[in-house]
Design a protein around this ligand. Structure first.
Ligand code: SAM
Length: 273
């Protein structure tokens, strides 16, 4: 396999690196910071979308680990390693939990391999979420995941990077058919505000990355087709099972209503009946 670090193109912004920059990470280049600064400066408040999304992912993985008996996760569009990654949260509660990370950005593979070198229950594969069969049949997936046992399928802040013609619903359906009853699906997604700021942010995503789609509540609910959505339903990331002690305590997230920006990203956890 080619050296993934050498495939990284520093001259073009990447979704993974812009997100890393917004979360305060160091794995980004000048082209990423230009886009990140646009969000920070021109659309103030929008950065909370990244923070509240990352925090709800951590809470959802914790709840899956603690309450469902699931010990295997596939994290699609996993992004660059940050403070609390899925395997760290899951393995904190159950050390043998297995995690397959999937991302199409070579920088994720390069950093992920370094992080996971000594973790025999975790791997990172470079693949496209729009080609689920290649992910399902990848030797590392086949090695780590037992598809006879329930699986947690994590689709955190990834399906809004899949355009309508690429059919994000078909991606969820594919995985729904691969996993047994009792499997769980976590989805977080940009929710359309129908206002000039979200229209600007959407145009920015499309213009910069060639894709990106803010969806309505109805469109996001439709992604959970055939699954039982668990409490509290599809809610803003801020309001989804808030925890006053988590990484958002510095913004008092558990004790107040979401701002306009914070209402523009929602999350839900569902179970395959
Ligand atoms: N899932 C993490 C989270 O919620 O904190 C990271 C989300 S980040 C906004 C989106 C990630 O999806 C990036 O790392 C990007 O490289 C990845 N991504 C975008 N399109 C993808 C695709 N078609 N296939 C696989 N990964 C993709």
């Amino acid at each position: 396999m080619a050296d993934s670090a050498s495939e990284v193109d520093q001259s073009k912004p990447s979704i993974a690196r812009v997100y890393d920059y917004l979360l305060g990470g160091k794995d980004n280049f000048a082209a990423d910071r230009v886009i990140g600064d646009h969000f920070k400066v021109e659309l103030p408040g929008s950065v909370a979308i990244a923070y509240t999304n990352r925090a709800v992912l951590t809470r959802a993985v914790r709840d899956i680990a603690l309450t469902t008996g699931i010990r295997q996760f596939i994290d699609m569009g996993s992004g660059l390693p940050t403070a609390d990654n899925v395997h760290q949260v899951a393995q904190r509660h159950h050390p043998g939990s297995r995690v397959v990370y999937v991302d199409n950005d070579p920088i994720v593979l390069a950093h992920g391999r370094a992080l996971l070198e000594e973790n025999e229950y975790t791997c990172v594969i470079q693949a496209d979420v729009r080609e689920p069969e290649a992910i399902r049949n990848h030797p590392d997936t086949v090695d780590l995941i037992d598809f006879e046992q329930p699986v947690a399928v994590i689709l955190s802040a990834i399906l809004h990077h899949v355009n309508d013609e690429e059919d994000p619903g078909a991606i969820v359906r594919y995985w729904r058919e691969q996993v047994p009853s009792g499997s769980h699906f976590f989805i977080s997604h940009f929710r359309s505000g129908g206002n000039p700021e979200t229209a600007e942010a959407e145009a920015m995503l499309q213009g910069t990355f060639g894709r990106g789609r803010w969806r309505t509540d109805e469109e996001i609910h439709a992604l959970f087709d055939g699954l039982e959505i668990l409490d509290p339903g599809v809610a803003t990331c801020m309001a989804w099972r808030p925890d006053p002690t988590d990484g958002l305590s510095h913004i008092g997230a558990a004790h107040r209503e979401p701002t306009v920006w914070e209402q523009l990203i929602v999350a839900g956890l569902a179970r395959k009946p």
